[in-house]
Design a protein around this ligand. Structure first.
Ligand SMILES: C[S@@+](CC[C@H](N)C(=O)[O-])C[C@H]1O[C@@H](n2cnc3c(N)ncnc32)[C@H](O)[C@@H]1O
Length: 241
């Protein structure tokens, strides 16, 4: 049961998000990933743009306790790519639940396969725009951590407004963190690292914790950038108010 492709210009893409943070891409799924979606999507998947399919709380937000079958600190990962770091961290932190949201369907399928292979009970995989989910489905103050490893760098000056770590997106993400929760990111793009430092430090709700990779596994994207000679910068900020 492969999930329906979602519309890029969904009706909820309101004034806060005139531009998307991702490149629309279509890549063939192949047999293994199609099979993974057929088998695993119904129990582990979340159709981000179909609110009617979500378990919901009385106030209409996503009901994470029903989604995961327990109440546990919730981590939101934006753009897990193929999900290797997601699966590794989830295995190391069985006491936390991870909702990983990816717009690229092969990545969704790849992560589902890793979750199955590792027998992880604490990962669910959303298909769609994570910012849409945050805006429409995540209760303020409810996340233990938001992570985005190597968000798309959008290196051309005219595309910079699409970056995930930009003031409006950061304000939105911080509002969904609990006080004390972490916003964690990494990039291999020096100009984006500088923008991240500046934008995150300027948010009144955040304080820099450290610039430590803090056990972050090497991601698929990072492997390629390291091979091209680019070093990663990690940033961990904490919500303080
Ligand atoms: C450069 S890749 C990095 C992938 C992975 N974190 C890694 O380090 O290998 C960025 C990923 O973020 C995804 N992405 C970008 N914007 C997104 C959004 N708003 N919601 C969900 N996924 C998003 C892209 O599809 C892409 O897979």
């Amino acid at each position: 049961m492969t999930p329906e492709p979602f519309a890029l210009q969904h009706p909820a893409a309101g004034p806060y998000e005139p531009l998307h943070t991702f490149h629309p891409r279509r890549s063939p799924l192949g047999r293994d990933r199609t099979d993974a979606l057929d088998r695993l999507w119904p129990t582990l998947g979340l159709a981000v743009h179909d609110e009617t399919s979500w378990p919901r709380t009385a106030s209409g937000s996503l009901d994470a306790a029903t989604l995961f079958g327990r109440s546990a600190p919730l981590v939101l990962e934006i753009g897990p790519g193929m999900g290797d770091a997601t699966a590794t961290l989830a295995a190391q932190e069985p006491e936390r639940d991870v909702l990983a949201v990816e717009v690229h369907l092969p990545g969704v399928a790849g992560l589902l396969l890793l979750v199955e292979r590792a027998g992880l009970a604490n990962v669910r995989v959303g298909y769609g725009d994570a910012l849409h989910l945050v805006r429409t489905g995540i209760e303020p103050g409810s996340l233990d951590e938001v992570r985005a490893f190597f968000p798309d760098p959008w290196p051309k000056a005219r595309h910079r407004k699409r970056r995930l770590i930009a003031p409006d997106h950061v304000r939105l993400l911080v509002s969904r963190l609990r006080v004390g929760g972490l916003l964690r990111t990494a990039t291999d793009w020096p100009a984006y690292a500088a923008q991240m430092r500046e934008v995150l430090a300027a948010d009144p709700g955040l304080e820099l914790l450290d610039e430590d990779r803090a056990g972050r596994p090497v991601t698929a994207f990072e492997r390629k950038s390291a091979a091209a000679g680019r070093a990663a910068v990690d940033l961990r900020f904490r919500r303080v108010r």
